[in-house]
Design a protein around this ligand. Structure first.
Ligand SMILES: C[S@@+](CC[C@H](N)C(=O)[O-])C[C@H]1O[C@@H](n2cnc3c(N)ncnc32)[C@H](O)[C@@H]1O
Length: 319
């Protein structure tokens, strides 16, 4: 799919975000069992492997065939490492297949898109680079953004822009998209960016007027929030007692899901909060470890992607 040719070995020098905090959060034991649910270019995986001895192991997942290719090149011959081409919503199956249920010491989710996905115009994620309107993380299946935009009803486009982009001008932008596609199919990023920019009456400072629309369409095409909602309980089941769940989000929609999941599991709630029940009725399965961690100004200045990163850490309560 051309990703390595476009990105080459620069992919390996991609800087993982908040890496020291992630490693501390995972609290790596040299002989432990770990999962990197979002391999990307392997920046975090490489650092995890540095801390593992020969009997430690790391399973990585990514839905992008290009990431799988990077993993196969980068860690070829490393018997501690295994890579699966899979969505993290199938994490439970991956864990069961390896006999790891309830035995995993730490699981990392570094959500969103990777640098190679954003930087390669042929992937269609960026409004600053002209390319085909694809936006699929998994290029081996599913509908591209162009295919969806060609047939989506106006109301559906409004809903996507509102829900996943929190775009207040969703109706105007959706109307402009529907009008534009009557003239010519929307098949490249630059055309969509310009249609959205012209329809957007309020340009925010330091933000391209198509930022929210691109984010929304990308989240929808990849079903990113559904993936996260499905994966978190599977991660919890996979963890061993005192195993760590470490999740890095890049926008408030993701972080809200993670925060609510951790809080709910930390309270052990299966009943509504206001019922008069005894504390022994609750069965907390997670313990929240500290508050939110963000990158400091030095990291943000060296790596702009770190600017919006929000890291949360939780520990599996002993059964
Ligand atoms: C931010 S990057 C990870 C970067 C990585 N931590 C590194 O240091 O190189 C996110 C990666 O997660 C993958 N991804 C996103 N959602 C996924 C999902 N639902 N299932 C599997 N992989 C996913 C993307 O394809 C992308 O490669």
């Amino acid at each position: 799919m051309g990703m390595l040719t476009g990105v080459g070995r620069d992919a390996y020098t991609h800087r993982p975000v908040l890496v020291e905090a992630v490693l501390a959060g995972l609290r790596i034991r040299p002989a432990g069992r770990y999962v990197d649910a979002t391999f990307g270019c392997g920046g975090h995986s490489a650092r995890i492997l540095e801390h593992l001895e020969d009997n430690g192991c790391l399973l990585a997942l990514d839905r992008d065939p290009g990431a799988v290719q990077i993993a196969q090149e980068r860690f070829r011959g490393d018997t501690r490492f295994a890579m699966a081409h899979a969505c993290f919503s199938t994490l439970g199956d991956q864990i069961t297949a390896r006999g790891w249920q309830g035995r995993v010491d730490g699981i990392l989710f570094d959500l969103g898109v990777s640098s190679p996905q954003l930087d390669d115009p042929s992937r269609g994620f960026s409004f600053t680079k002209t390319g085909p309107l694809d936006m699929r993380m998994d290029t081996s299946r599913g509908k591209t953004a162009a295919m969806w935009l060609a047939q989506a009803k106006e109301d559906e486009i409004i809903e996507v822009l509102r829900t996943f982009g929190e775009e207040r001008y969703a109706p105007r932008i959706a109307r402009a998209i529907v009008n534009a596609r009557k003239q010519d199919p929307l098949i490249n990023t630059a055309t969509l960016a310009s249609v959205v920019a012209q329809a957007n009456p309020r340009w925010e400072r330091d933000k391209h007027p198509a930022t929210r629309a691109f984010q929304a369409i990308r989240i929808f095409i990849n079903q990113e929030l559904n993936e996260l909602v499905a994966a978190l309980p599977q991660a919890l089941t996979a963890l061993a007692p005192v195993g760590r769940l470490v999740v890095m989000s890049f926008h408030s929609l993701e972080d809200r899901i993670v925060k609510q999941f951790i809080r709910r599991e930390a309270r052990g709630e299966s009943l509504p909060r206001d019922l008069p029940v005894m504390a022994s009725t609750f069965h907390p399965r997670l313990r929240e470890m500290g508050g939110v961690i963000r990158a400091d100004t030095t990291e943000v200045s060296e790596n702009p992607r770190a600017r919006s990163a929000v890291l949360r850490i939780a520990e599996r309560v002993e059964a």
